[in-house]
Design a protein around this ligand. Structure first.
Ligand SMILES: O=C(O)[C@H](CS(=O)(=O)O)OP(=O)(O)O
Ligand SMILES: [Mg+2]
Length: 233
């Protein structure tokens, strides 16, 4: 598999297959939203668009990063989200890095959004679809965020090598600037368990695919059966 690791601003052409990584916290949060029953997540271009979409669709819920704000129902925290029932709901998500990275590759033929919590399912989907060229979008810190780069490298390795050990990659993520800022209260809208929840490998069994729907970029969970789940393989 030919792999590239680029920050959002360094994307100069539309990739064929993009895996957009935001460990802390957008795509850990997205996975938790699906775990809590959300039907889909609409990735918003701006806070104003998020609020407008919510206003236009009764029952939709809006989520932003940073502190809570009027009109928004949730913040970008897996620790806070895990106690919210989102059964059947549509969530509109806008964050500083993760959603921006996904929207930057919206014209790619396949867009996956990922963190450690969906690593194996994401790698398995890349294997299943025989993706031979993959661009990993490292969304944090202009492509330098080590929690995102470590996760991208782990998924890339896992896509080609079964049994890859997560320990060294998790160690890097745990020592990242983002982890320190979340732990030390620099970032807002935080639960004390957020870093630990972002470092749970394979917490969820699905990958997450973003695709255009009616001019919106919509993220949905995608079951990726393990070979042992399919007796035909
Ligand atoms: O919520 C997050 O962790 C960050 C935003 S900030 O750095 O906390 O302000 O957003 P994300 O897009 O999930 O990296
Ligand atoms: Mg981030």
């Amino acid at each position: 598999m030919d792999t590239r690791f680029l920050g959002t601003a360094a994307l100069t052409e539309v990739p064929s297959v993009a895996v957009v990584i935001d460990v802390m916290r957008a795509f850990t949060v997205a996975a938790w939203a699906f775990g809590q029953g959300a039907e889909k997540i609409v990735l918003a271009e701006s806070l104003d668009e998020a609020l407008a979409l919510k206003a236009a669709h009764p029952g939709w819920a809006a989520l932003k990063d940073g502190p809570a704000a009027p009109g928004f129902d949730m913040v970008n925290s897996p620790g806070l989200l895990r106690s919210i029932d989102l059964g059947g709901r549509t969530v509109v998500q806008k964050t500083t890095a993760g959603t921006v990275g996904a929207l930057a590759v919206k014209d790619a033929s396949l867009v996956l959004c990922a963190g450690f919590v969906v690593a194996e399912a994401t790698a398995r989907l890349l294997r299943t679809r025989e993706c031979d060229s993959v661009t990993f979008v490292v969304t944090g810190e202009d492509g330098q965020a080590d929690e995102d780069l470590a996760c991208a490298q782990y998924i890339a390795r896992r896509a080609t090598e079964t049994g890859a050990d997560a320990a060294e990659y998790l160690h890097r993520a745990a020592r990242s600037r983002a982890a320190a800022e979340l732990t030390q209260g620099v970032r807002q809208g935080v639960h004390p368990d957020d870093v630990a929840l972002c470092l749970e490998v394979d917490r969820f069994p699905f990958a997450m695919i973003a695709a255009p729907e009616d001019s919106l970029m919509v993220l949905r969970p995608c079951a990726v059966p393990a070979p042992s789940d399919n007796p035909a393989i």
